[in-house]
Design a protein around this ligand. Structure first.
Ligand SMILES: Cc1ncc(C[n+]2csc(CCOP(=O)(O)OP(=O)(O)O)c2C)c(N)n1
Ligand SMILES: [Mg+2]
Length: 296
């Protein structure tokens, strides 16, 4: 058996999709990997001083700068002539990526560093108590997008991070999901085989913030994909080269009703319609419907 690179015994919540996804990422990357990690749940639960779950070199600096730290690591490895044998990963949560760390990420992408950036998208600032981020979905109830007379949760739509990454002209951009672990590994391996900046955004179920039972984490993450709300897509050199097809998209209610953060929408046909429209647009835009029914 190959060496475990992300050891058990860390303090993630039961059912945490981010811990599962992180394990998939480092397993697929192998021992010759250096990681820079933004502040956030993953950094906190995996590296409580004096312990660490990481069996590879791993650096935590600030909430916003994993991409900048990784850029320095990559430049040093190039100078030493070692870059070709060592993978560099920068990783962080949705807040650390799409909000506070966007500048550092954009610089990393624009400068052409040979780095894989992984965003673990649990759709809010979970580590500090479920505040809304730029990747929180429309109508989600968070502590800073609460229900009220004027709104039924988050009033904004998810920031189109994959498109923003693509706009930098980088060679590889993909989305993945903690509901499809093998797909995460395939995409990470592919990303490392390509030179230059790569961006993978992984939808990561969060029982605490999404308010569902711990054992439902894989099923809830899968439903996001199967409804069309979180399309799994893959771009190489700016071209869409792969999508996970969904032969019969499930109604968005199936995904929403599984989670406390969307509970308030179930008797609200007007809001449900708006969310169904988001899924329908994705299905259309990425051609998610399989040409023929999938055989199981
Ligand atoms: C400059 C700065 N502002 C705020 C914080 C507090 N802080 C630490 S983690 C965090 C939220 C992280 O959210 P996200 O990046 O989505 O990761 P998650 O915890 O959800 O995995 C915040 C606000 C900080 N550490 N540094
Ligand atoms: Mg988050």
């Amino acid at each position: 058996m190959s060496k475990i690179l992300f050891a058990p015994g860390h303090t993630a919540c039961a059912g945490c999709g981010q811990s599962l996804a992180a394990r998939m990422v480092i397993d697929a990357s192998g021992p010759n990997t250096i990681i820079a990690n933004n502040t956030g749940c993953l950094e906190v639960f995996s590296a409580k001083f004096p312990e660490s779950a990481w069996e590879v070199p791993w650096i935590h600096s600030l909430f916003e700068n994993a991409a900048a730290v990784a850029s320095g690591v990559e430049a040093a490895l190039k100078y030493l002539g070692k870059k070709d044998t060592i993978n560099v990963i920068a990783q962080g949560g949705d807040g650390g990526t799409a909000d506070i760390g966007l500048q550092a990420l954009s610089g990393m992408l624009e400068r052409g560093h040979d780095i894989l950036y992984v965003c673990y998208d649990n759709e809010a600032y979970m580590n500090t108590g479920i505040q809304r981020s730029g990747l929180t979905p429309f109508d989600a109830n968070t502590t800073t997008s609460p229900l009220g007379k004027q709104s039924s949760g988050n009033i904004r739509f998810k920031k189109p991070m994959p498109e923003i990454a693509l706009a930098h002209g980088i060679p590889y951009v993909a989305t993945a999901s903690s509901g499809f672990p093998q797909d995460i590994q395939r995409k990470v391996k592919k990303a490392h085989s390509i030179k230059g900046p790569k961006y993978i955004q992984i939808h990561a179920a969060c029982p605490l913030g999404w308010r569902h039972a711990t054992q439902d984490a894989p099923g809830v993450a899968k439903l996001a994909v199967e409804t069309g709300l979180y399309p799994l897509i893959e771009y190489e050199n700016g071209k869409l080269v792969g999508v996970r097809k969904i032969s019969q998209p499930k109604p968005v209610e199936e995904y929403l009703k599984a989670q406390g953060r969307f509970k308030h929408l179930l008797n609200n046909p007007e809001e449900l319609k708006k969310i169904q429209e988001i899924a329908d647009k994705n299905i259309e835009k990425y051609g998610l419907k399989a040409a023929s029914p999938e055989v199981s």
